[in-house]
Write a protein that binds this ligand. Structure first.
Ligand code: FMN
Length: 482
């Protein structure tokens, strides 16, 4: 029997996430993404099946590179991540409708001010009684940059340097502005909170100036559970230092292993963390049915609803490459594309049997992306899928999966009907929870607060301490500087 896996469901507050055009499918309810009922129904479905989290992706601009520049038109018929609502607002309603499911919400360190983000997450973590995680992203769309007043995106590694200081600001607000025992609600003394136990943070760095104090009293987790998904060198570095769980992706588990090892090694050697304190989950798309044959049929039927223009719009946003300037029959395995996109197409081709005889032109790229985007796909019966998932876990050394949908809730219903029972039979997935109403961090790591070996731990102001440890260190440094 293997170890129990983490399973997250991956969604977005938009008609289409990674399957453009599928909003028309009878088992897809995503046109209702703007209603609370859609979200509370989904949350209840996942909670009952013991999923660990619902993860909600987010982008802050349309995918407007294809047939561009700045043309959001091709994304619209397919609903490809546009229109898109803010993911945070439905979380308290979903929390109220469920017992144990946790909620991962994407928010950007490039476009959100840390003072405001810290307040929003504290608020929702209070309302959700600690069941909130933050998917920390630095964002990748030029369309977002333009709408936040920039001509183009801030350079990639610079975004991560900003994000690193950003984390200092939010740790200071979440962990170090209010002492554990600041709120006393003492009717005798007439004190809701004790003034000496709430402090300004006086943050003054290269990118941010935030005096504090934090507007919210500490929520159950203080810092929401931290997810991240960087794959570049700077992204891995950031994840190894700050993330408590990391999303990774690849077409084959063999491709994933070096990334997983690199993250754990960095975490251990550079940041002194126990590598098992970072949970690594792989993004994957499952098409499940009663038999392999039925799953293959389901795959073809789903594909018939796909929208190729929408897929090419997504490709444009992810890569920054506008394929409309190439002819219909160009085979992109052999065309030099910027930013490593040619080798990416070759990796995709390597997953499709018979690719040697097929041109990888625009139509094929679109077809490849229509069901689940760039994520690896497994099509089959519960047994076939679980055999493959086991192989992924073994080869890649991961802790679980982030399961995308093609139709929502249809794909999750199929996973619950065909995949989860097989996982449970093999002891690979929980049948209940260890602790009712656990916070997100307890569900993943068994601890309510940042673990002792996490970088953010030194910011925490514990009961009885004159100052949080980081502030004492800072005071020393300032004295030395004088
Ligand atoms: C499973 C998964 C989910 C992601 N979700 C988002 C998202 O919702 N919003 C976003 O801006 N980026 C998202 N990303 C992109 C990452 O934040 C990151 O930009 C990407 O993995 C490239 O890594 P790099 O930033 O280190 O180059 C996601 C990546 C993965 C693998």
């Amino acid at each position: 029997m293997g170890k129990e896996l983490i399973l997250n469901a991956f969604a977005i507050t938009s008609p289409a996430h990674l399957s453009p055009g599928l909003w028309r499918h009878p088992r897809n309810k995503t046109t209702k993404y703007k209603t609370l009922k859609f979200w509370t129904n989904l949350a209840q479905l996942l909670d009952k099946a013991n999923f660990h989290a619902l993860f909600i992706a987010d982008v802050l601009g349309p995918y407007d590179v294809y047939k561009g520049p700045a043309n959001a038109g091709p994304a619209l018929p397919s609903g490809a991540q546009f229109p898109i609502n803010d993911p945070l607002y439905a979380v308290p309603a979903m929390a109220a409708a469920t017992k144990n499911l946790t909620f991962g919400v994407t928010a950007s360190t490039t476009y959100d001010a840390p003072y405001a983000l810290a307040r929003r997450f504290s608020t929702v973590d209070h309302l959700a009684e600690g069941r909130v995680a933050w998917n920390i992203v630095t964002s990748y769309l030029d369309s977002a940059a333009r709408n936040f007043g920039l001509d183009t995106q801030i350079e990639h590694d610079e975004r991560y340097r900003i994000a690193d200081e950003y984390m200092d600001v939010v740790y200071k607000l979440w962990e170090g502005s209010w002492r554990d025992d600041a709120v006393v609600e003492d009717e005798k003394t007439g004190q809701y909170a004790v003034p000496e136990r709430v402090r300004q943070i006086h943050h003054k760095g290269k990118y941010f100036k935030v005096p504090g104090p934090h507007l919210c009293e500490p929520s159950l987790q203080r810092t929401p559970f931290l997810f991240q998904a960087g794959t570049s060198a700077a992204g891995k570095e950031f994840g190894a230092k700050h993330a408590e769980a990391i999303f990774v992706g690849a077409q084959h588990p063999e491709q994933l292993r070096p990334n997983v090892d690199a993250i754990r090694k960095l975490a251990k050697e550079k940041y002194g963390r126990d590598p098992s304190h970072i949970k690594i989950v792989a993004g994957i798309t499952l098409i499940a049915a009663e038999t392999d044959e039925a799953a293959k049929k389901k795959h073809d039927e789903l594909l018939s609803y796909g929208d190729k223009e929408g897929a090419l719009a997504l490709f444009g946003g992810w890569t920054g490459i506008d394929l409309s300037s190439y002819s219909e029959d160009e085979d992109f395995r052999f065309v030099e594309l910027p930013k490593g996109a040619q080798s990416m197409v070759n990796r995709w081709a390597s997953t499709v049997p018979g690719s040697d005889n097929l041109p990888w032109n625009k139509a094929r790229i679109a077809e490849f992306l229509i069901l689940g985007g760039m994520q690896a796909k497994i099509v089959g019966s519960g047994k076939t899928i679980v055999d493959e998932l086991e192989r992924w876990v073994e080869i890649a050394g991961i802790d679980g999966f982030n399961l995308a949908h093609i139709v929502n809730p249809g794909s999750f219903e199929d996973i619950i009907e065909f995949v989860i029972p097989e996982l449970q039979k093999r002891g690979l997935f929980r049948k209940g929870v260890e602790k009712e109403g656990a916070t997100a961090r307890e569900a993943y790591l068994g601890s309510p607060w940042l673990l002792d070996d996490h970088y953010g731990h030194k910011f925490r102001w514990a009961a009885g301490e004159e100052l949080p440890p980081y502030a004492k260190d800072e005071a020393e440094l300032q004295k030395e500087a004088k």
